[in-house]
Ligand binder design. Sequence first.
Ligand code: AMP
Ligand code: MG
Length: 356
Amino acid sequence: MQPWIIGAAILACLLLALGIAARFLPPHAELPSRSSRSMGGRATLTVGARYSRRIDSLAAQVQGIFERLEQELSAYRPDSAISLLAEKAGVSSVALSEDSWRLLNLALRFDELSDGASDVTVAPLVRLWGFGGGPSLTGIPSEETIRERLSLVDSRRVILKDRTAFLPVKGMAVDLGAIAKGYAVDRAFDLCRSAGAEDFLIDLSGNIRVSGRPQWRKNWQIGVRDPFDRPNLIGTIILRSGLALATSGNYERFVEVMGQRYSHIINPRTGLPATGTAGVTVLCEDATTADGLSTSLFVVGLKGCGKLLQKAPRADVLIVPDKYPIEVWLTRGFAEVFVPIPQLASAVRILPPPLT
Ligand code: AMP
Ligand code: MG
């Protein structure tokens, strides 16, 4: 047989094996893991085999962190500091816990960095479009209603002082949904590390951070979902210890009105659900930054990502625009750790695209 035929056959087998393997990653099914409902999603802690006897105790402590943060940060809970902030808007300032204070400050930093593509006071618009505990959407909101809500959205107006916050206009409210899960993952990561665990993976609704490595593999591997065909993957990322990953997608939460899909991420400039992006995955040193950036990048899309990434903390990004046929845009650093499924190898492009 010709050597090139043998070579091609070996390559075909390798690609096939990679495709099959990718489809089954995560969850590192061979490792001990515990899952629960947390912060409106699914939380999973997976540990390296040598920690199997400690998994229940670690999972209980991680769950404790998520529950405490949900109590403080959720706009769905009437007794949370965030709900109280909205209740007292235009009336008085509200004392914040250490975590809500830190998180609100972090959120404001992302808002500034993204020139308002993310805005922590976007809550009245989020609710208008049927998310964040708002009434279900029965039709498209009128331009006038959108304009009214837009007048309540501007995080530069939030007044912070001595661990208190004040929303100056009645009707204003904050929504920490863009970064709260990433922040929670970082707190859980710190807890596991200080409890002496080295090999673990925390996944809170796609906000992921890893430490060490699974026992039998060199590094943790995470599958990136196909935004157009959810159960399938577009590829696999190999994650170095300590790194974090977050994904914002228009398939995660959306409402449908008259056959049209509206995403849960709102463009604070237009008051309309953000369009043009199907999915964004961010890879960086901590989960809070990954989460914050993924939401802002979803809003600015492929066109605005170059400018935002120049100002942002070091991060690598994968963006799938909302168009057919599928294109997968990656920064160089992302390309180094991402293995696309063989069918998509020719759809991969390197970021940043030319600024337009
Ligand atoms: P993520 O899934 O991390 O991208 O966060 C999406 C969540 O952030 C939504 O469900 C809202 O709670 C909130 N959100 C939506 N649009 C924005 C925005 N433009 N800026 C900040 N938070 C937003
Ligand atoms: Mg986010």
